[in-house]
Design a protein around this ligand. Structure first.
Ligand code: UT7
Length: 325
């Protein structure tokens, strides 16, 4: 008997043109390149200009993923955009991207799970594909976090950046074993008790403004390693793999010290970790597909590579996806 799996057919990414280094931030903020690098691992980030909307970045990333997959936009029947920085409160940024790409069938909607958005969106798309509701999905993570940063708050504004990444998923019949290609296991979690540790202090339904990001970094950090390790272990138990069988670890890029902590706890060799936060900062829902794209362009992903993606963000939300390329 065969099962339907979501195969990753293509990956793409797009970054705003402007690069802002730590030294540039230190000109107007009481901070330094040394502090930012030592505490987070970040060296620079891309910042969008007024014309580089979340939809524009997302559509460019999706276009590249479609070209690499050799799939025409008219064959896509599901577009999910993970974002916490939509162009407009509504309609969904995914609908705008659908229109920009010329996708005319199926459904398009946004997913709001902040930094875990891409893991949530992959999980949702995978479940739709597995029940035969859609055949080819574009899963996009796109953010313009620079628009919701308090540029006078050095404890947050130095950490984030803008960008987008995307993958094309396609339904394929597989044997139903752990050696299959495609998404093998997913886990998503949330716990609203932690809402006030990472949030935006505004919204259309409360202040009628967009609001700015607020974070208790130390507390978020304290929860991150334990929560992320938990969902990773669950995907490994479900598939019967051990952490040392993972070929590539593609984590959400929030802090190098968090990534090192998870790798140590799970015994993942440092050379298997894809690290892009030095160049991009924390791009929220875009960070995993941006890192996946970087690994693809660096020829680190081979046919059959076992890839683990994980994230944690505001809510708290967290989750993991285990997939074979
Ligand atoms: O993607 C969503 C999930 N988010 C995360 O995973 C973020 C998790 N948290 C973190 O990555 C870290 O907590 C931070 C990088 C945000 C901060 O690192 P930390 O080691 O936890 O530093 P801290 O907040 O404990 O601050 C240490 C000191 C403080 O000074 P005092 O109180 O010790 O005198 C801060 O005021 O560093 C100071 N500080 C800075 N100094 C220079 C905070 N921000 C800066 C800055 N430049 N930009």
């Amino acid at each position: 008997m065969t099962v339907v799996r979501s195969i990753i057919r293509g990956v793409g990414a797009h970054l705003p043109k402007r690069i802002v280094t730590n030294d540039e931030l230190a000109k107007t903020l009481d901070t330094s390149d040394a502090w930012i690098q030592e505490r987070s691992g970040i060296r620079q980030r891309h910042i969008a200009d007024d014309s580089e909307l979340t939809s524009v970045l997302g559509a460019a990333a999706a276009k590249q993923a479609l070209i690499r997959a050799g799939i025409d936009p008219v064959e896509i029947d599901l577009v999910i955009c993970a974002t916490a920085t939509p162009d407009r409160t509504f309609p969904a940024t995914a609908v705008r991207i659908q229109n920009m790409l010329g996708v005319t069938k199926g459904a398009a909607f946004d997913v709001q799970a902040v930094c875990s958005g891409f893991v949530y969106a992959m999980t949702i798309a995978d479940n739709f594909i597995k029940v035969y509701q859609f055949k080819r999905a574009l899963v996009i993570g796109a953010e313009t976090f620079s628009r919701i940063l308090d540029w006078e708050d050095r404890s947050t504004c130095v950490l984030f950046g803008d960008g987008a990444g995307a993958v094309v998923l396609e339904a394929h019949h597989q044997k139903g074993t752990r050696e299959d290609r495609g998404i093998l296991a997913t886990r998503i979690r949330s716990d609203g008790r932690y809402e006030d540790l990472l949030y935006v202090d505004g919204g259309p339904g409360s202040t009628k403004t967009t609001g700015l990001l607020r974070m208790n970094g130390r507390e978020v950090f304290r929860h991150a390693v334990q929560k992320i390790s938990g969902v990773i272990e669950e995907t490994l138990v479900e598939t019967g793999y051990s952490a040392d069988e993972i070929d590539l670890f593609i984590p959400h890029q929030a802090n190098k010290r968090i990534l090192d902590g998870i790798a140590k706890k799970l015994n993942v060799a440092p050379e298997k970790i894809v690290m892009t936060l030095d160049k991009h900062g924390n791009t929220s829902a875009a960070s995993i597909p941006l890192a996946l794209n970087q690994a693809f362009e660096d020829h680190r992903i081979k046919d059959g590579s076992l890839i683990l993606m994980e994230a944690m963000g505001g809510g708290f939300t967290w989750g993991a996806v285990l997939a074979r390329w």
